[in-house]
Write a protein of this length. Structure first.
Length: 298
């Protein structure tokens, strides 16, 4: 018994006519009859009887027709799904993003992608850079903000994406924020104040710690807290000076002031990772193409 025999039987049971079933299946009538004969031999008893110009199912045939119809419908659905994927009408895209791109870039990209491919199911996951790298085995595309480490799986493609600037933030009225539109502060100046850092594994934290280490400036860490909004709230509460992506301050109210770090700005580059690149899906490639259209510095 083969799937083809069962599918043929399902169409014959539906049409109650071998000739019409042959036309629907794009087979010759002898080929259909041959498959029915082999299927009957498999069961050891008649599945149908000739009835004028058509056929009538036996009780055994009626029972088998239920299972055969299920198989035929599943077969049709699988073919329809294949055809939809070829046209990118359906499918699933699993996207991971570290905190900053997840909050300030990904929503716009998802909205643009959804307008082009509304039937593609989108699943998202976020965390800090280390978290997202750890998820790569279950993702199709990932966006990270920290340095690309050596811990990436060997079949992961890395695409440099967007530039971003790390800025210091202080409450309005802080001594370093006399003129927030023009203020550029050095790491030496910041080292004299308590600091608020992101949690371990954060891309922002990695860059800030490396910058202070290169400048040989000690850090007075007053608080470690998870997430960009956590850093902002701690700064508002007066816990110290925080560090965030400049893009996270685009819609910020006047309670916080942004200070550029100098004399050289503290910059970084976001990357897009495509794990298991040799088996990457078409939908993942389309999403990557969309992202790379907007790969100019922020």
């Amino acid at each position: 018994m083969t799937p083809e025999q069962l599918i043929t039987f399902a169409v014959v049971a539906e049409q109650r006519n071998i000739s019409r079933a042959a036309l629907e299946l794009h087979l010759s009538q002898p080929a259909v009859s041959g498959q029915l004969r082999l299927l009957q031999e498999e069961f050891g008893e008649p599945l149908y009887q000739r009835d004028g110009r058509g056929v009538r199912l036996t009780p055994t045939g009626e029972q088998l027709a239920v299972y055969a119809a299920r198989l035929r419908d599943t077969w049709r659905d699988a073919h329809a799904f294949r055809d939809a994927l070829r046209g990118l009408e359906r499918g699933t895209l699993r996207i991971g993003a570290s905190t900053t791109p997840a909050s300030y870039l990904l929503p716009y990209l998802i909205a643009a992608f959804h307008r082009q491919y509304p039937e593609v199911r989108l699943e998202t996951a976020s965390g800090n850079t280390s978290d997202v790298v750890g998820m790569l085995g279950s993702l199709d595309v990932a966006m990270i903000e920290g340095p690309v480490g050596a811990q990436l799986p060997p079949d992961t493609a890395v695409h440099p994406w967007r530039d971003d600037e790390i800025v210091a933030i202080v409450p309005r009225g802080h001594p370093l924020a006399a003129d927030p539109q023009e203020t550029v502060v050095t790491l030496d100046a910041l080292g004299a104040h308590p600091l608020v850092l992101r949690e371990e594994g954060s891309g922002v934290r990695q860059i800030v710690e490396r910058a202070f280490a290169r400048a040989a400036v000690p850090m007075r860490v007053a608080l470690e807290i998870a997430g960009v909004e956590g850093v902002k709230e701690a700064v508002r509460a007066g816990m110290g000076i925080g560090f965030v992506s400049a893009m996270s301050m685009r819609h910020e109210d006047s309670a916080l002031c942004r200070l550029r770090l100098g004399p050289v700005p503290l910059a970084r580059r976001f990357s897009i990772l495509v794990p298991h690149v040799r088996a990457a899906s078409r939908v993942a490639q389309r999403f990557l193409d969309l992202c790379m259209q907007d790969a100019a510095p922020d």
